[in-house]
Design a protein around this ligand. Structure first.
Ligand SMILES: [Zn+2]
Length: 671
């Protein structure tokens, strides 16, 4: 009875949410527009101006966007599910027990405060007792198995050149600040950030029981140590090139690379990895450099391990740790002023740890009707349009077009939910042990990953949980994936005018499809293998056209003196530009010449408004800065203007003149 009641309650609250501020069924969201702005001068303000004015950044957020708006609606649904599942009663299903108790344990702050640092104490003692190479490697493996990202990443990944095989992979890692450049740049802002970072580390050590003097010394050790890792690391833009990340070698070759200081055989054995002969070392230079110039003495290593442990576990420790972490990582670096409510943080914790269980419940209440059928149809229409687009490309030879069309035909479409749900039956979740739950879940994920080494790649794996407001393309699976969480208003509304859906979710689908053909994706074939299927002339023409996009976005200012990095954001911008074109073509096919106006707008105008309105956002300057330095996506306003100023179809729809800002004098086009 209780379960049925809770489902009814959820359905009711979901309907209430849909009514909440959403555009009327079938109509355009004119309430978000600022019609006093000329669409040919600033289309982003024209489409989003009122939304931007109406939605200041909440105190607990660094940015607030249409994505965030929908995320909040999804989180309220998840909260209902979790509160229902957490209510203690007889006969709870095993699924409800797991997600309900995980949530209840996270909410039990009295128990967390009472335990203090006790849960982390045994590990701190182990770190303090490290006395030489063997105990150091042992502790490194322990931390990594607990999900603490120290020094490097070791795990299973599909072989880039044979995606059917999953192989061991070793990568650079172990930094805390958002990018290697944060350690290496010498401008005043970077220096200030490092000063603040050291003060934060010191505060964390003091919370764990160190004197201020010792804590300060150790904080400097951590910064020195991480700076050494940063210097050895390859930069973010280079890491985007899949060829630069592919260095398959035998274990003997790895040992020869780093010399005898690292006992790899012991490391792999301790990690619990299945036996293997060769592995991909994504950045050989990193391991060579670190082995040759070992960063610091044992005290440096201990300080580094300790801080990383405290940082990774701050949310499961007493509030003082969480607050200190928030003050640096969120308040200082992103500009958020308050923590999100505990209940919402706990929703996220359960989504992260038990995402498929929670997702299974979520789609029961939030992904019904024929949404899946409609989206699948849209995807098929866009695939047809992309085929047209490729066949009509003026710059590509027939031979390369044939290979591109074969890759397009091979794309797998996943809509709403993963092909199979993850099995969490091996993980015990206790209502009174938040720290232990998080640790057991991290260990579960870790061993689940390592077990895949040497196996046939399971291409049904999903990288996102069903309630996530996002979508992704996987180059190695050659799949496009749309979690149920994003298949809602303002992205998709089955009752809404088709032109707006094509502009919104259609452009998202086109974006993911185009990722298969952006500067990274184009290097993989239809089977998901890193293989060059381009004629040299076509490849050169692609690079020339991509350089136009890179230059265009490098000219955009993110905040103050910080510009976007056109090379970092190239893949995303290529996907934005190609995606909207494909969506536009699909819409024109579907309209079959019908050009009825709705709310005074032609279908083409509604299409572009639908597109622009998914990108409305407000962001703090701190967040704009961090995003520009680290995020491969451009800010919302450039995802609108950067794309539309390249499109004659847009200029025609709004009768823009050649001299106006929304018309580029040097329009770029790849796809
Ligand atoms: Zn993307």
């Amino acid at each position: 009875m209780k379960l049925r009641f809770s489902v009814l309650f959820l359905t009711a609250s979901l309907l209430a949410l849909a009514a909440d501020g959403a555009a009327p069924a079938g109509g355009l969201d004119t309430a978000s527009m600022n019609k006093s702005v000329d669409p040919c001068v600033d289309f982003y303000q024209y489409a989003c101006g009122s939304w931007i004015a109406r939605n200041p950044i909440p105190a607990d957020r660094p940015r607030y966007a249409r994505f965030t708006e929908l995320q909040e609606r999804n989180e309220r649904v998840l909260l209902d599910i979790l509160q229902g599942a957490a209510a203690e009663r007889s006969g709870r299903s095993p699924l409800d027990q797991k997600i309900g108790d995980a949530y209840a344990a996270c909410m039990d702050t009295a128990a967390i405060e009472k335990r203090g640092v006790a849960p982390v104490k045994p590990e701190l003692d182990r770190i303090a007792a490290i006395s030489g190479n063997d105990s150091l490697i042992e502790e490194l493996v322990r931390l990594q198995n607990m999900g603490v990202p120290a020094i490097m990443m070791f795990g299973a990944q599909p072989d880039a050149k044979d995606s059917t095989k999953t192989i061991a992979t070793l990568s650079q890692g172990g930094l805390s600040l958002p990018d290697r450049d944060y350690y290496l740049k010498t401008d005043p802002k970077s220096i200030e950030t490092r000063d603040r970072y050291v003060k934060h580390i010191q505060a964390m050590f003091q919370l764990a029981g160190d004197s201020p003097e010792l804590a300060a010394t150790k904080a400097h050790y951590v910064l020195d140590f991480e700076t050494a890792l940063a210097s050895a690391s390859t930069d973010r833009v280079s890491m985007r090139d899949p060829n630069k990340r592919y260095h398959v070698m035998t274990k003997a070759e790895l040992s020869a690379l780093t010399g005898p200081t690292v006992d790899w055989a012991n490391y792999f054995k301790l990690a619990g990895a299945p036996a293997f002969e060769s592995l991909n070392v994504t950045t050989p230079e990193y391991f060579k450099t670190l082995a040759a110039n070992r960063p610091g003495d044992l005290d440096h290593w201990k300080a580094y391990f300790t801080y990383h442990l405290l940082r990774a576990r701050a949310t499961e420790l007493p509030a003082a740790f969480e607050k200190e972490s928030f003050d640096f990582w969120q308040r200082y670096l992103t500009g958020a002023r308050e923590q999100r409510p505990r209940s919402m943080r706990c929703v996220q914790t359960v989504d992260r740890g038990l995402g498929d269980l929670l997702g299974e419940k979520y789609v029961q209440v939030a992904f019904g009707g024929d949404a899946k059928t409609q989206i699948t149809q849209l995807v098929e229409n866009l695939e047809k349009a992309m085929g047209q687009d490729i066949r009509n490309l003026p710059w590509m030879t027939d031979e390369t077009k044939k290979a591109a069309l074969a890759k397009l035909a091979a794309i797998t479409n996943n809509v709403g939910v993963p092909q199979k749900w993850r099995d969490y039956s091996k993980v015990a979740i206790a209502r009174d042990d938040f720290f232990g739950n998080v640790e057991r879940l991290a260990e579960f994920q870790r061993s689940r990953n390592l077990e895949k080494i040497g196996t046939v790649t399971d291409k049904s794996e999903w990288a996102m949980t069903p309630p996530t407001v996002n979508a992704f393309y996987s180059p190695q699976y050659n799949s496009i994936n749309f979690p149920a969480g994003i298949l809602q208003s303002p992205f998709f509304d089955p009752r809404r005018d088709m032109a707006i859906n094509y502009g919104a979710v259609g452009a998202v689908i086109g974006h993911e499809m185009t990722h298969g053909f952006d500067d990274q994706g184009r290097k993989f074939d239809g089977a998901g293998n890193l293989r060059d299927w381009w004629s040299p002339a076509d490849a050169a023409e692609f690079e020339k056209r991509a350089a136009c996009v890179a230059n265009e976005y490098s000219g955009f200012t993110a905040v103050d003196d910080v510009k976007l990095n056109g090379r970092l954001t190239l893949g995303e911008n290529t996907a934005d530009n190609g995606g909207i074109r494909v969506a536009y073509m699909a819409m024109e096919n579907a309209l079959k010449g019908k050009k009825d106006k709705v709310d005074g707008f032609t279908p083409e105008q509604r299409f572009f408004l639908g597109y622009a309105q998914i990108w409305c956002e407000n962001a703090t300057p701190q967040s704009e800065r961090q995003q520009a330095l680290t995020n491969p996506h451009s800010p919302g306003r450039y995802r609108v203007s950067g794309v539309l100023q390249n499109m004659p179809e847009f200029q025609q729809a709004f009768s823009c003149k050649a001299s106006q800002p929304m018309v580029s004098t040097n329009a770029c086009r790849v796809w």
